[in-house]
Design a protein around this ligand. Structure first.
Ligand SMILES: NC(=O)C1=CN([C@@H]2O[C@H](COP(=O)(O)OP(=O)(O)OC[C@H]3O[C@@H](n4cnc5c(N)ncnc54)[C@H](O)[C@@H]3O)[C@@H](O)[C@H]2O)C=CC1
Ligand SMILES: C[N+](C)(C)CC(=O)CC(=O)[O-]
Length: 321
């Protein structure tokens, strides 16, 4: 039986920050969405989050027929996945929970529906261990906000078939995303391995009293953060080597890698460090609500995406290049 790639109904299990982002993306692409989340009040919270995302999605352009009314919230896992053409799980990041959940999801789903998990770094071979038809099960790791950021890392487990990886690429592309197949199943995949290294160093800088949370964020957003929206570290550093490129860059800056610039192991998460990070980021939030900052972030991301697209077109490149 061929895997389903032309999807009409999207099932979302877990409707927190990431699940609601998937729901918003799928609705904006004109799909019917069925959602399930066991928390009391989850449906209202989901509809609220989708409504907050909708203005940005309208600016980006909705698919014909796209509507928030095409979201149905159901009471059981089985009702959520039974008729779904594609399933995305965004439940809490706990191996035991995902293992149990995927045994239930996969048993109730159509046998040829792809099942994706949003996990940030757990291994699919482990949490799909008890799945029915595990060959169609994989990771589709998105980035927050899921409804705007294109990247989705696709990671297969030991039992995932190559056909399922290809089917997932087709599905996520149809949802307006940029799939990146992580060919080796490693914890943290590619992107979170990089982000975690930065995050650990940032926490050390706070812990050691070198900088406040706001100063560290300034160091990112006025410098490398601007470059990262259109050029990765390898190409950026090639340009930093001047006409001699990467070879000169390595000769000049390679030795610094042996200097003790970075700590790598995570700092102890003491109450003092947690308080400092919470107080620092509360000051950064100021009077703004999370929802207001999400709208600001969405508008800014749309402008950045637009600018990158326009500039690439001027230089003969497609957005995905
Ligand atoms: N927050 C982030 O920046 C990102 C998170 N992820 C991944 O997405 C997944 C979800 O994370 P968030 O949305 O941030 O968490 P969240 O805490 O915002 O949402 C989790 C939701 O799952 C629900 N839930 C609780 N028990 C459940 C169960 N047994 N089955 C299904 N749902 C259940 C909760 O009620 C809650 O609504 C995790 O695997 C996480 O690693 C991926 C990319 C980014
Ligand atoms: C913090 N995080 C590990 C959950 C982050 C991600 O997984 C991706 C993101 O959106 O930064």
């Amino acid at each position: 039986m061929p895997l389903i790639t032309d999807i009409k109904t999207f099932a979302a299990l877990g409707s927190g920050v990431i699940g609601s982002g998937w729901v918003a993306r799928a609705l904006a692409h004109g799909l019917d969405v069925v959602a399930w989340d066991p928390a009391p009040g989850a449906e209202a919270a989901l509809r609220q989050r989708v409504a907050n995302a909708w203005p940005a999605l309208q600016k980006q352009g909705l698919a014909p027929g796209a509507s928030q009314d095409r979201l149905t919230f159901v009471a059981t896992i089985e009702a959520c996945v039974r008729d779904a053409d594609f399933i995305q799980e965004s439940a809490p990041e706990r191996l035991d929970l995902k293992l149990d959940l995927h045994a239930k999801i996969s048993a109730a789903a159509k046998p040829n529906a792809i099942i994706g998990s949003s996990t940030s770094g757990l291994l699919p071979s482990e949490f799909y261990e008890s799945a029915t038809h595990p060959e169609r099960c994989l990771v589709g790791h998105p980035f927050n906000p899921v409804y705007l950021l294109p990247l989705v890392e696709i990671v297969g487990g030991r039992k995932t078939s190559p056909d399922a990886i290809e089917a997932a690429k087709v599905i996520y592309t149809a949802l307006g995303m940029r799939p990146l197949h992580v060919r080796k199943e490693v914890p943290g995949f590619i992107a979170d391995r990089l982000l975690e290294a930065l995050w650990r160093e940032a926490l050390h800088l706070v812990n050691d009293g070198v900088a406040s949370t706001g100063e560290i964020d300034d160091a990112i957003r006025f410098g490398a953060g601007l470059r990262w929206s259109f050029m990765g570290t390898f190409l950026t550093y090639t340009l930093a080597g001047g006409d001699a490129g990467m070879r000169h860059f390595m000769a000049q800056f390679g030795p610094a890698l042996k200097l003790p610039w970075t700590y790598l192991p995570a700092p102890e998460l003491t109450d003092k460090l947690i308080d400092e990070v919470v107080v620092g980021t509360s000051a950064q939030l100021g009077e703004h609500s999370i929802a207001a900052l999400e709208r600001y972030r969405d508008d800014t991301l749309l402008a950045v995406l637009d600018a990158v697209k326009t500039s690439k077109a001027k230089h003969g490149m497609a957005f995905g290049d």
